[in-house]
Design a protein around this ligand. Structure first.
Ligand code: SF4
Length: 454
C-alpha cells in the first residue's frame, strides 16, 4: 500500500510514495534555513487533502459503517454475497453485479441481474453459454462489450484456472480480461475480505468533498492520490462493507447536484462542508502545504472556490469531449409472414466494434448533410444486396428520425420503411440475417436504439 504526503516546502510541491511518505522528513524552518542552522522539527500541520490523524480515520470508519448497517439498500447481489459460502460462487456473484453496474443505474440493473443469475448461477454455466444468448439477455443494458468480456473471462477461469477465481485484487486484475483496478478491488474486498480500497465515480465525489480536492479528478495525479486515500481509509475488519458504504453514500447522500449534507453520517469529517459553513477550511492550511496556486490537488487558481456552489465545488473534471454527430439510414423491410402477421428483416453487425454481434435493421452510415434524394439512392443501392432484386429509391417511405446517444456518439437514424411482396432470397454470403415477428424482434439481441426505430 502506498501513502501520499506532501514533500518538504522547498521547491515545487510534489507527492511522495513509499516509506518516505509514511515518515516524511521534518519540514525545515525557513528562518533557520536562511540562517544556515538546522531547525528543530515542528510537527507538520494536518495536510488539508489527507486523513493524517489516525483517530479521525477510525472515527470516520465507525460513522460510515454504523450508517451503512442501518440504511443500506437491500440489493440481490448483497444478499448473495452475504449468504453464499463458496468463495468462487460468491466472487462470481459480485463480479457480475459490478460489471452490470458500470455506467448503469442500480434500479435498471436489478432485473437484469436476477435473470442473469437465474440463467447462469455459476461461472461454469456462463462459460457454456453462447455469445448470442449473452447478448439477448444483455439487450437494453447498453455497453454491450461488457457482457461479452464477462463471458470470455468466465471461459478463461474455467478452462485455464480450473474454475477457481483468482483470490487477490492484484491477480484478478492481472488474470481476468475486462477486470480493471476498481472491479478487482470490489470483488476482492467484498468476496474475500481483502483490505483494499476502491475508487469509482461515487467514491471520487465523496473523497474530493471530504478533503477539498478541486484539481481535475480525472487526472492521473488526483486519481493516484484518491486510490492511496481509499486504500488507507478502508476498514481493516470490514473492507467490503466499508467500500460499499462509501459508494452507497455517494449514490444516495453525497449526490452530484444537491447533496444531503444535513443527513450525512460523515459530515463532521468533511472539509468541503466546513468551508461552506465557515468560509475557509479548518485548520487553515499552511501556505506551503497547499502552495497557493501551486498545489496539484487544489482548484486551479483561475477557477477558485465559488461560494454559490458550496460543496459542489468538488469534484471538478476537465470539460468532457462533445460526442461526435453521426447519421445512419436504416430501413425496416416488412413482409407478411405465413400467418399474416408482419415480419421484419434483421441483420447481424460485425463481431467487433460498436454494438458488436447485435442485430439491427439493414443500415448504412450517411455523410452529414447528404440531401434526402441522394440518401434514398444510396440506401436503395444497399438494399438491393439484401433483397436480391432492384429497389426503386421512390419506393422507400421516409418515416422520421430517431436520435440515440451512445457514450461518445450522437447518432441520428433516418428511418425508412419498405413493404415487400413475395419472398426474398437472402444472400448467405452477406452477414447473417433473418426474418422475425415483432415478438421475436424484442426477444433478440437488438439494441435499445433499434427498439426505438421499430
Ligand atoms: Fe458529501 Fe455533504 Fe457529506 Fe460532505 S457533508 S461528504 S459534501 S454529503
Amino acid at each position: 500500500r502506498q501513502r501520499l504526503c506532501w514533500a518538504p516546502a522547498s521547491g515545487p510541491v510534489r507527492l511522495l510514495r513509499g516509506p518516505a511518505a509514511l515518515h516524511p522528513p521534518p519540514r525545515p524552518d525557513r528562518a533557520a534555513l536562511l540562517a544556515g542552522t538546522p531547525a528543530a522539527a515542528p510537527a507538520p500541520p494536518p495536510a488539508p487533502h489527507l486523513f493524517s490523524d489516525p483517530a479521525e480515520t477510525e472515527a470516520l470508519r465507525g460513522d460510515l459503517l454504523a450508517w451503512y448497517d442501518k440504511c443500506k439498500r437491500d440489493l440481490p447481489w448483497r444478499r448473495l454475497a452475504a449468504m453464499e459460502l463458496d468463495a468462487d460462487r460468491r466472487a462470481y456473484a459480485v463480479w457480475v453485479s459490478e460489471i452490470m453496474l458500470q455506467q448503469t443505474q442500480v434500479a435498471t440493473v436489478i432485473d437484469y441481474y436476477n435473470r442473469w443469475m437465474q440463467k447462469w448461477p455459476t461461472l461454469q454455466a456462463l462459460a457454456q453459454a453462447s455469445l448470442e444468448e449473452v447478448n439477448e439477455l444483455w439487450a437494453g443494458l447498453g455497453y454491450y462489450s461488457r457482457g461479452k468480456r464477462l463471458q470470455e473471462a468466465a471461459r478463461k477461469v474455467v478452462s485455464e484456472l480450473a474454475g477457481r477465481m483468482p483470490r487477490t485484487a492484484e491477480d484478478l486484475q492481472k488474470l481476468l480480461p475486462g477486470v480493471g483496478r476498481y472491479t478487482a478491488g470490489a470483488i476482492a474486498s467484498i468476496s474475500y475480505g481483502q483490505a483494499t480500497g476502491v475508487v469509482d465515480g461515487n467514491v471520487i465525489r465523496v473523497l474530493c468533498r471530504l478533503r477539498c480536492i478541486g484539481a481535475d479528478s480525472s487526472s492521473p495525479a488526483v486519481l493516484d492520490h484518491l486510490w492511496a486515500m481509499a486504500n488507507a481509509l478502508v476498514d481493516r475488519s470490514r473492507p467490503g462493507d466499508f467500500n460499499q458504504a462509501l459508494m452507497e453514500l455517494g449514490a444516495t447522500v453525497c449526490v452530484p447536484k444537491a447533496p444531503l449534507c444535513g443527513e450525512c453520517p460523515v459530515k463532521r469529517h468533511c472539509q468541503a462542508r466546513r468551508r461552506k459553513l465557515f468560509g475557509k477550511p479548518t485548520p487553515v492550511p499552511d501556505v506551503e502545504d497547499c502552495g497557493v496556486g501551486g498545489c496539484p490537488l487544489c482548484p486551479p487558481a483561475t477557477e477558485p472556490w465559488d461560494s454559490s456552489l458550496g460543496v459542489t465545488n468538488f469534484p471538478r473534471k476537465a470539460a468532457k469531449k462533445q460526442p461526435r454527430a453521426e447519421r445512419t439510414a436504416t430501413c425496416v423491410l416488412e413482409r407478411r409472414g405465413c400467418h399474416g402477421a408482419p415480419e421484419f428483416l434483421i441483420v447481424q453487425r460485425p463481431t467487433s466494434g460498436l454494438l458488436a454481434g447485435l442485430w439491427e435493421f439493414p443500415s448504412l452510415p450517411l455523410a452529414q448533410d447528404l440531401p434526402q434524394e441522394q440518401q434514398r439512392e444510396v440506401l436503395a443501392d444497399h438494399l438491393r444486396a439484401w433483397t436480391g432484386r432492384p429497389v426503386a429509391a421512390g419506393s422507400l417511405r421516409l418515416i422520421g428520425e430517431v436520435v440515440h446517444i451512445f457514450s461518445h456518439i450522437h447518432q441520428t437514424y433516418v428511418v425508412y420503411s419498405l413493404p415487400l411482396d413475395g419472398d426474398v432470397t437472402l444472400d448467405p454470403a452477406l452477414s447473417p440475417s433473418r426474418w422475425v415477428t415483432e415478438e421475436e424482434f424484442h426477444a433478440s439481441a437488438v439494441s435499445t436504439a433499434m427498439k426505438k426505430v421499430l
